[in-house]
Design a protein around this ligand. Structure first.
Ligand SMILES: C[S@@+](CC[C@H](N)C(=O)[O-])C[C@H]1O[C@@H](n2cnc3c(N)ncnc32)[C@H](O)[C@@H]1O
Length: 222
């Protein structure tokens, strides 16, 4: 079977308690993530004063972000960096998607469509879109429509996670994604606050959702 058609083999899913335990053990950072009464993970990351971006790319992940994420998702085998820029693949290996050819991504594609990306092969997507029109100007792109990105991501396999770093919660379909975690991220003074939302691709009526995501007309009304 070619690499392109190989489906993700679902591993036994880790519980969020196990993810948080692994995060604390591997990073040595304080336990700042907790399960609330509804089973949603809530927390805060204080990133400290190390605001350097290794690549010096505008809007690049702050130091330590990818190490924290990797510790939360030790079970993931096929990772896709969406809006990848010059992401540090030593810190968290994976494939990349960007619209800018100068970034030399694995897939040169528009995140709002992801037509060239075999999403069914991935079990974790780390998304870092431009947060505003002003940010998009830095990349010579138009501002992304977040709901279109989330729609394209419905082609992910059930159980895949999407980690979305932004200043806005993207619109998404609740029958396609479950919101499992929210983490506030603080950097040093004079840096914007950001929020991390972690979604899991859920299995409610997946065939209908995928058909719609691919542009098929909706099934006849029940
Ligand atoms: C905030 S930066 C990501 C930086 C990255 N996390 C890093 O550590 O280098 C946003 C990226 O989104 C890309 N981008 C903007 N619009 C896009 C689109 N419609 N589809 C794919 N990539 C896009 C830009 O080229 C830019 O590289």
């Amino acid at each position: 079977m070619s690499r392109r058609t190989r489906p993700v083999v679902p591993a036994a899913p880790l519980t969020w308690e196990a993810r948080i335990d692994n995060y604390a053990r591997v990073t040595g950072f304080p336990r700042s993530l907790f399960l609330d009464e509804n089973g949603c993970v809530v927390g805060t990351w204080i990133m400290g004063n190390d605001y350097r971006v290794k690549s010096a790319y505008y809007g690049g992940y702050p130091a330590g972000y990818l190490r924290r994420m990797r510790a939360l998702f030790p079970d993931k085998r096929r990772v896709l960096h969406l809006f990848s820029g010059r992401v540090d693949l030593d810190a968290f290996p994976g494939d990349t998607v960007d619209i800018n050819p100068a970034c030399e991504p694995t897939y040169l594609d528009d995140a709002q469509r992801l037509e060239h990306v075999p999403l069914e092969e991935y079990d974790l997507v780390l998304a870092d879109p431009p947060y505003s029109v002003e940010d998009a100007d830095h990349y010579n792109t138009t501002m992304v429509k977040r709901n279109l990105v989330m729609r394209a991501l419905r082609r992910l396999p059930v159980g895949a996670h999407v980690v979305w770093l932004d200043q806005v919660l993207p619109m998404y379909r609740r029958d396609a994604f479950a919101q499992e975690a929210v983490i506030g991220m603080w950097k040093s003074t004079n840096h914007r606050f950001r929020g991390i939302t972690i979604f899991r691709r859920r299995d409610a009526a997946p065939s209908r959702i995928v058909a719609r995501a691919a542009g098929a007309p909706p099934a006849s009304p029940a």
